[in-house]
Design a protein around this ligand. Structure first.
Ligand SMILES: *[C@@H]1O[C@H](CO)[C@@H](O)[C@H](O)[C@H]1NC(C)=O
Length: 435
């Protein structure tokens, strides 16, 4: 304790004994002067005490407000009523908490409140233009050579947005989409605003928004204003049949424009790249750039000839997925040529994810993809392994899977006769190593 705090202490303790703070303190003024940093009279001390009490009160109020404030981490939000999940406190605990808080700090400090980064919002646009590069693949009038074309599967975007081509999107239609949305995202003049309605499971909301913020940072001045409703839970919600046919369907047109991570042929939901492209800390998955590099390295550990000659799947079968349950029945290397392993995420988290590293799962010639509760983010990691990907007839499409070509990028496996279908593919593949 320094001398200053000695004065403070002396004053407080004597006042208790003699009663009356002012009385007892006045003769001791000189000590305060010696200390230099404390008020020169007890009146000032009272002012100090009152003001610090006020500051404390203010801080507590601020704390209350902070506690009640809705955040992208979703601590003060209810889960979406259409897909319930355990409260946030349970999801973010133990070892996961560290990477989670690291991620949220990066997010905050990169984009939200850190003053140093505020200049990023007014950064001027660079000379390359996203919009000129990503128009429909028509001929470009000014010099075809320097223009990079969008991959053909970007054309799916036109199909996704087709329902609103004629009708456009009114505030009324957007309000209908809000009924299924966990958040509303507004981009105006290169700034992102978000209105949070419900919590998203784990850190999905945060990583999804982070993706959008990176887009704004990477293409300053090129991202048009947008007002979109987003549901971050798994299954699509806007059924085509509710809007396309039947007597009442006509009056309901257009359907609500709702973004999410996947869709199906029977839905109007608009697919958006899933959050795991920017990271999924709860299960130790790095952002795509890093994860992809490490998987590529892992895939080179064994040449094809030395990879195990069976089909491999590891995941969580307990996600209300009939196909994954059925897959468990094919777990026999000799009989079905398949090795099916159960992923226990709770155990994995405890042991530091040593057994679930994606880069260590590229040692088999065949990797099976099976949908979970809806689409599965595992698809991109499975395909990155460089093994032959065996895709069990997917029902859901995500943003990128629409670009995959059967028998070129993957081998289709039928749901009927699942084990037999896997076995015959494995046998054929092993017999034709050069194909
Ligand atoms: C599949 O079989 C292997 C070897 O018999 C076993 O270790 C593994 O636990 C089985 N997988 C499941 C999901 O039961």
């Amino acid at each position: 304790m320094g001398r200053g705090s000695g004065v403070f202490y002396g004053c407080g303790s004597t006042s208790i004994r003699r009663g009356g703070l002012l009385q007892r303190c006045s003769p001791r003024r000189f000590r305060a002067r010696v200390a230099g940093v404390f008020p020169s009279s007890c009146t000032a001390l009272v002012v100090l005490l009152v003001s610090s009490a006020l500051v404390m009160l203010l801080l507590r109020k601020a704390g209350d407000v902070a506690l009640r404030t809705k955040t992208v981490a979703g601590h003060n939000l209810e889960p979406t009523p259409w897909h319930l999940f355990p409260p946030k406190e349970d999801a973010v605990s133990g070892g996961k908490a560290e990477s989670f808080s690291r991620a949220s700090r990066i997010l905050r400090c990169s984009y939200l409140t850190c003053p140093a980064s505020s200049s990023f919002w007014v950064a001027t646009s660079s000379s390359s233009s996203l919009s000129s590069r990503c128009r429909k693949n028509k001929g470009t009038p000014n010099g075809k050579t320097q223009q990079r074309q969008c991959p053909p599967f970007f054309l799916s975007i036109h199909r996704d947005l087709d329902p609103w081509r004629q009708s456009r999107i009114s505030a009324f239609t957007l309000a209908a989409a809000k009924e299924h949305a966990a958040m509303r995202v507004l981009i105006v003049g290169g700034r992102l605003y978000v209105d949070l309605y419900y919590a998203c499971v784990q850190s999905r909301a945060m990583f999804t928004l982070w993706g959008l913020l990176q887009l704004l940072q990477r293409y300053p001045g090129m991202v048009p204003d947008v007002d979109l409703m987003f549901d971050c839970m798994d299954r699509p919600a806007v059924l085509r049949s509710d809007y396309e046919s039947g007597d009442s369907a006509g009056s309901r047109w257009p359907p609500p424009p709702l973004f999410r991570y996947c869709t199906t042929k029977d839905h109007f939901d608009i697919p958006f790249p899933d959050w795991s492209f920017w990271g999924w800390p709860e299960i130790n998955v790095e952002p795509w750039d890093e994860e992809f590099k490490s998987i590529k390295l892992g895939s080179q550990a064994r040449p094809w000839a030395l990879k195990h000659d069976v089909a491999y799947w590891k995941g969580n079968p307990d996600v209300d997925s009939p196909i994954r349950m059925e897959l468990l029945n094919c777990n026999d290397s000799k009989v079905w040529g398949a090795k099916i392993l159960r992923q226990n995420w709770v155990e994995e988290a405890k042991s530091g994810f040593q057994e679930s590293k994606l880069s260590n799962q590229c040692n088999h010639r065949y990797k099976i993809y099976a949908e979970g509760y809806a689409w599965s983010v595992s698809l991109k990691y499975i395909i990155s392994c460089g093994s032959l990907a065996l895709l069990i007839d997917p029902q859901y499409e995500d943003f990128f899977s629409r670009g995959l070509i059967p028998r070129e990028n993957y081998w289709p496996i039928s749901r009927a006769n699942l084990c037999k279908s896997i076995k015959s593919t494995v046998l054929w593949g092993n017999a034709h190593p050069t194909e």
